[in-house]
Write a protein that binds this ligand. Sequence first.
Ligand code: NI
Length: 169
Amino acid sequence: MPILEILTYPNPVLRKKATPVTEFGDELKSLVKSMAETMYDAPGVGLAAPQVGVSIRLVVIDVTPKDEDHNLIVLANPEIIESEGEAIEEEGCLSLPELNANVKRAVHIKVKAQDIDGKAIEFAAEDWFARVIQHELDHLDGTLFLDKISVLKRAMYKKKRKKILAEGA
Ligand code: NI
C-alpha cells in the first residue's frame, strides 16, 4: 500500500465540509489501509480522510503507546453525541507543520459512528483519546486547531507559512 501525501495548510481541501461515507466496500478498506500506513509512517495518532485529499467523513486513530501493538480505530460518519468537562492541552497536526499550541477540548465524550463494515458503534472516550477524536472530527468540517488558538499565535503561524511557501515556489 502506498504512503499517501498529507495535505498541508493552506490547501483548500482541508477547509471543505466532508461528505458522508455511503459505500462500505473494498475501496473504503483499501483507503483505510493506506491512511493507517500514512499515519504510522508520519508518525501521527490520527488522520482524517480530507488530509489525504479525500473529502469524506472518515478518520483513523491509534493512541496506543509506541511500545505496544497497534490498535487501529476506524470511524466512518462519526458524531459526538455527548461531551463534558474542559481541559487545555497542547496539540499538533500533520497538516500544520511546526505548530504546537494549547487547545481547549471536552474531557469526556460519547461517540456514535460506523465501523469499516458500516456497522453502528457507540462508545465513550476520555482525556487524550477524547481529544484526538475531537481534533480529527473537526477536520471533517473543515476546522483546524489553528482556528482555536490565540489570535496572535494564529497570525504568526499564517505569516510563517506564507514565507515558507513563497521560498519554496
Ligand atoms: Ni489534524
